[in-house]
Ligand binder design. Sequence first.
Ligand SMILES: Nc1ncnc2c1ncn2[C@@H]1O[C@H](COP(=O)(O)OP(=O)(O)O)[C@@H](O)[C@H]1O
Ligand SMILES: CC(=O)OP(=O)(O)O
Ligand SMILES: [Mg+2]
Length: 381
Amino acid sequence: MEQVYLTLNAGSSNLKYSVYDAQVRHKLTAGKLEFKVSPSDSPDENALSLAVDRVVALVENTFGGDCIAAVGHRVVHGGDFYSQPILVDEEVLVRLKTLIPLAPLHLPAEINAVEIIRQHYPDMAQVVCFDTAFHATQMPLAQWFALPRALNEQGVKRYGFHGLSYQYISTQLACVLQPEHRAKVIVAHLGNGASLCAMQDGKSVTTTMGFTALDGLVMGTRCGELDAGVVLHLCQQQGMSLNEVQQLLYKQSGLLGVSGVSSDMRELERSCKPEALQARQLFCLRAAQKLAGLIPALNGLDAIVFCGGIGEHSAATRTMICDYLAWLGVKLDVHANSVAGAGTQSINRIHAEGSALGVYVIATNEELMIAQQSAALVSPH
Ligand SMILES: Nc1ncnc2c1ncn2[C@@H]1O[C@H](COP(=O)(O)OP(=O)(O)O)[C@@H](O)[C@H]1O
Ligand SMILES: CC(=O)OP(=O)(O)O
Ligand SMILES: [Mg+2]
């Protein structure tokens, strides 16, 4: 049996997996296992373990026991340690554990997934592929907070996330966008987590997420950009503990917090409650404001690309965001927008004739990036 690459993307409530052939040309299978989130802080290790066990059993049954050449993992934060994918060893695990406070929603499950695979296959090559890595090219100034400079030297700076998704979109820009739309592009990755990335010639120049994946846009359960004074108020005036503030900002805010209905955009679109509409409107206003705020770093804008669960599938969200950007000369083709993401096409042009900017929907593929990066480290030919 030919060797395959297994990719794992362990979230706080689901495990996404895929299997690629030895040449990383074909996705042989893929899926998502949901598991119940434990009410405690950390994701339920047992639930994750069961999900990884199921994936391992599935891969072994379908492809054979010793067919896996390597397991590649999405890891959201590499901190100042890593800006390239790396083979896992003891030191890597120790370093990643020190970063857990910077990505409490993601890193515990991602590290657990590595450890569970180790128990199954002690000698298996495992590669960790970082969301932060793509943003190593950011303009240096964009990585700064206006804090005392010693903090920057200690690593308190803007890293940026969703890098595997942006890297995939970057590979698509050159081949699918009209030539006049390729140089200065803002990509909107709108999923449960959401961010924007300004790219010059396919490289990250600046992005809306920062030190952690809390910054920037309104998200499913995360607040996005927030006046730091609110955090002080919650601790000092309302007596909230740090742990309570962390839960509030990461898990009880965003679309869920504002709507009181759901963190899921599909449910908000179905709801007739005014709070659900208000949450969607805030999501879109913030996205448009943040998008406009990235334009100076590019000194212009040729195109906008939407991706991620919401970006690829919610025509109403794309319309609302682009309505706020009409002053830039953005004009959508109503029909193209309404059908984008519904069919099998992975790339859709949705701007109208005469639009000053190109607007596209591209189905992202983080798994392909993980499989390619893993293959490059394990069999680099
Ligand atoms: N057809 C759809 N219409 C509107 N929103 C959608 C649709 N399909 C998925 N979504 C939204 O996409 C979000 C999940 O995005 P996804 O990128 O899959 O998340 P994750 O960050 O977990 O990878 C949810 O808010 C979901 O409601
Ligand atoms: C970094 C991040 O927010 O990831 P996700 O969208 O998968 O939650
Ligand atoms: Mg995601």
